[in-house]
Design a protein around this ligand. Structure first.
Ligand code: GDP
Ligand code: IMO
Ligand code: MG
Length: 431
């Protein structure tokens, strides 16, 4: 048995969903531990695409247990839509179990309203959030005023908390942002409906996970966002409001750190970022446009164009350190096919200082860093059919070796297409 965490090593959208779907084959439980519907995890199975925002990406396999952990912030409307959509497509078999932690926090309409109002208010300096209310929901959690799933299910507690919170949020909305207030009566009625629909899934998910471990089951933890969007370790303030590093899997599900066996870091073969914030290897030229187009780099949540650039191994090295990554999965290698000369960033230069093992904490310094590149010859052969490292063109193989050398972590799989089967597996983290 083994317990494996999957995390993004960049700024999100590395292909975590695809990898989690593949690893779910060997897992009994698949658990999300942080974030909310700011995540968009895409799977392509038998040519059919599914995008999950809240439900773990293991849901397409039969006989699995999928868990939404206590570290998440859940918009019940989005979750119900996701469940209904799966049922309509006959993709939620009766033997699949879904559990929602009673301690998970609930995203309320005022969280979304505040998120959008703040972004508008900030103007040019905005973060570029997904406007899903993620930040304001985590703020309430830390302020100890948040509404947890168990609070939503308790009529008296819910009513009282909602009234108190709505009063405070309406003050911000009307006085500071000069916007319409929210209607707490209406919210109460709508959310009671959500509670009725979702109460069947409520559970103490920490106990479920612990019991499963004792039975010798395999647990897979699905990270959302990426290491550099982590609220402590990311490119603050251009980050999300949760901890996205692997350690967060323990806090976000109620699992002890000694139970973890492997941490898999997902690393896109190049770098992308949605929203604002510095991006040292960003390409604003034709090559960047080509990668954006070929890689279909559009946000799975907001539809925004993702900014694209060369692979930045300073970012990946920092992620490997912060998450204790034991193996890397390189994704979207196929998108680099046909680019004559590939660049890999090995360090940053800032005046007389060189950064190789960490990103400067001061964002004004990070903004001014210049990339130090190594150049590698590209390849032109189609690699979509490769299922073995030896089937990759020599230069593609060298690119992978270079990533291993620069990050100090072995590559345990390479993804060469969006489909489940378009994967080269070198090592299975559950074995
Ligand atoms: P996540 O948020 O980390 O799960 O990643 P997203 O789903 O937001 O973005 C990754 C996108 O790339 C999705 O559209 C995937 O279907 C797609 N994808 C994943 N791996 C590959 C790959 O190896 N090649 C190609 N061409 N597409 C891939
Ligand atoms: P997945 O799980 C990429 C980014 C937003 C914004 C910042 C803060 O699909 O990889 P938030 O709404 O969280 O307050 O926004 O974080 N962001 C993501 N970028 N992938 C994601 O998730 C993201 N979730 C949030 O674009 O820059
Ligand atoms: Mg995504």
């Amino acid at each position: 048995m083994a317990n494996v965490i999957v995390v993004g090593t960049q700024w999100g959208d590395e292909g975590k969903g695809k990898v989690v779907d593949i690893y779910s084959h060997d897992a009994d439980i698949i658990a999300r531990f942080q974030g909310g519907d700011n995540a968009g995890h895409t799977l392509v199975v038998k040519g059919e695409q599914s995008i999950f925002h809240l439900i773990p990406s293991g849901i397409l396999h039969d006989h699995k247990v999928c868990i939404l952990g206590n570290g998440m912030v859940i918009n019940p409307e989005v979750l119900i839509r996701e469940i209904d959509n799966l049922r309509e497509r006959n993709l939620f078999p009766g033997d699949t179990k879904l559990y929602i932690s009673e301690n998970a926090h609930i995203i309320m309409p005022y969280h979304r309203r505040l998120d959008s109002a703040r972004e508008r208010h900030k103007g040019r300096t905005k973060i570029g959030t997904t406007e899903k209310g993620i930040g304001p929901a985590y703020e309430d959690k830390v302020a100890r005023t948040g509404i947890r799933f168990c609070d939503l299910l308790n009529d008296e507690v819910f009513k009282e908390k909602l009234e108190r919170n709505a009063e405070e949020k309406n003050f911000y909305l009307t006085e500071l942002f000069k916007e319409e207030p929210v209607d707490s009566e209406l919210i109460y009625r709508v959310y009671k409906g959500y509670a009725k629909r979702l109460e069947q899934y409520a559970a103490n998910t920490s106990v479920i996970i612990k019991n499963a471990i004792e039975k010798g089951n395999n647990i897979l933890f699905e990270g959302a966002q990426g290491c550099h969007l982590d609220v402590d370790h990311g490119t603050y303030p251009f980050v999300t409001s949760s901890n996205t590093v692997a350690g967060s899997a323990c806090c976000g599900t109620g699992l002890g750190p000694t139970e973890i066996d492997a941490v898999v870091g997902i690393c896109k073969a190049y770098t992308t970022r949605v929203g604002g914030g510095p991006f040292v290897t960003e390409l604003t030229d034709e090559t960047g446009e080509k990668i954006q187009k070929t890689g279909r780099e559009f946000g799975a949540v907001t539809g925004r164009k993702r900014r694209c650039g060369w692979l930045d191994t300073v970012l990946v090295r920092q992620s490997a350190r912060l998450s204790g990554i034991t193996g890397l999965v390189v994704t979207k290698l196929d998108i680099l096919t046909g680019i004559d000369k590939l660049k890999i960033c090995v360090g940053y230069k800032l005046k007389n200082e060189i950064f190789t093992d960490h990103v400067p904490s001061d964002i004004t310094q990070f903004e001014r860093c210049q990339p130090i590149y190594e150049e590698i010859d590209g390849w032109t052969e189609d690699i979509g059919q490769a299922r073995n490292m030896s089937e990759l063109p020599e230069n593609a193989g060298k690119y992978i070796k270079k990533i291993e050398e620069l990050t100090g972590v072995k590559v345990i799989a390479v993804s060469v297409g969006a489909g489940r089967e378009e994967t080269i597996t070198v090592e299975n983290p559950f074995e």
